[in-house]
Design a protein around this ligand. Structure first.
Ligand code: NAD
Ligand code: TDX
Length: 341
């Protein structure tokens, strides 16, 4: 049996590292090349268990660097490219969007050009539900217009449509996925769930933006990884697939649930100024993917409990991340708002 070669870009981050673990669990024979720049969000420790596996190759590098990307295509001849690499945090994009434009748009261009030059079986662009913008009621289908509302989602929309254009123009074998908010192990503790769980563990306040009633649809990262692999194998070229978690919650509900699971008081909740341009609600219609045969398998209640427990059990993973650069960042951007200390 021939062994497929996966080029995973941004594989040292939250979803990418979960996806690489998933590949090695699923396939007896697989080779994975992980190209990651190791920004603040990239952590090779997420894949420590694969360190000595000869079928796992980590390459530190930037997807915007065509020299390194071309060399990887030449040496490893990947069958599949799954692009997770991105600047991914909305708040940071509001502070300074430059890296977002570079990686989430120009980086995608570099990967598409290499694919054009060398060819491969499938190019999966990991886009996001945020490209549609906010919706008061109902859910976005893949045909809904894009109306990204912050620099992060606008840069992702650029990468998303650029990928489609390479299908339309050059017949590249691309597929685009748009998933809702992920949660699970190895998520950098700046995003809502890991930030609040780790703050609660340290009896620090939980900075809830605005009225706390913004709605997100929560997707367990392991369901997301399975959906990506399912789309890679079964999706149609040039198509977009929404991947919904099917668990829409107001932020205040998530916050109370975290405190309840951790047996911490609600007095830790600290209402703070709202995010600028804060999207009110995200909601995806995932029926296209359901018809193709994918459904999420994890229940929100069980997966949330397991996620909280993972952060409780892995303090050695997140504690170093909540010092140094991280604190500097918050001091600069939230001089009186988000108190973390
Ligand atoms: P993350 O921030 O945890 O990880 C991003 C990874 O990309 C990091 O390892 C980082 O080092 C790497 N990276 C950044 N710039 C790079 C560059 N120029 N070259 C190479 N590597 C680079 O992000 P995540 O939450 O794992 O998200 C992964 C992808 O999924 C992103 O494209 C994001 O837009 C998308 N997405 C995320 C969510 C979510 O809820 N987290 C939901 C839908 C879609
Ligand atoms: O401290 C906080 N307080 C708070 O109230 C943080 C960090 C967030 N929030 C709110 C803002 C959002 O309404 O919680 C909600 C979730 O926020 P984030 O975790 O920052 O995620 P979001 O902005 O929804 O974007 C996420 O989902 C789509 C990912 O970060 C993106 O990468 C993905 O594309």
């Amino acid at each position: 049996m021939s062994r497929n070669v996966y080029l995973v870009t941004g594989g040292a981050g939250f979803i990418g590292s979960n996806y690489i673990h998933y590949l090695f669990e699923k396939y007896a024979q697989v080779k994975v090349i992980n190209l990651d720049k190791l920004t603040y969000a990239g952590n090779p420790e997420n894949l420590n268990d694969l360190k000595n596996n000869p079928d796992y190759v980590f390459i530190k590098g930037d997807i915007c660097d065509s020299t390194i990307v071309n060399r990887i295509f030449e040496e490893f001849k990947p069958d599949y490219l799954i692009n997770f690499a991105a600047e991914s945090h909305v708040d940071r994009s509001i502070g300074d969007a430059e890296d977002f434009i570079r990686t989430d748009m120009y980086g995608v261009y570099v990967l598409l050009e290499a694919t054009r030059k060398y060819g491969l079986e499938r190019f999966i662009q990991i886009s996001t539900d945020e490209v549609y913008g906010s919706i008061e009621s109902g859910s976005f289908t893949e045909e809904s217009p894009l109306k990204p509302g912050n620099p992060y989602s606008a840069s992702k929309a650029g990468g998303d449509r650029l990928t489609y254009s390479y299908f339309n123009t050059y017949q590249l074998p691309v597929i685009i996925t748009r998933a809702s908010n992920n949660y699970g192990p190895y998520q950098y503790p700046e995003k809502l769930i890991p930030l609040f769980v780790t703050n609660a563990m340290e009896d620090k306040s939980l900075p809830l933006y605005g009225d706390g009633k913004n709605v997100r649809d929560w997707l367990y990262v392991k369901d997301h990884c399975k959906a990506i692999e399912f789309v890679l194998k079964n999706g149609e070229l040039g198509e977009v697939y929404n991947i919904a978690g099917g668990s829409e919650k107001e932020n205040i509900e998530i916050t109370r649930l975290i405190l309840e699971l951790m047996d911490k008081p609600e007095s830790l909740i600290k209402p703070v100024a709202d995010r600028i341009g804060h999207d009110r609600r995200y909601s995806l219609d995932s029926s296209k993917l359901h018809q193709l045969g994918w459904q999420p398998q994890h229940s929100f209640d069980v997966a949330m409990r397991e996620t909280v427990q993972w952060y409780v059990d892995h303090q050695d993973w997140w504690k170093p991340l909540k010092s140094g650069e991280y604190l500097e960042y918050y001091k600069k951007h939230y001089p009186e708002g988000k108190s973390l200390t």
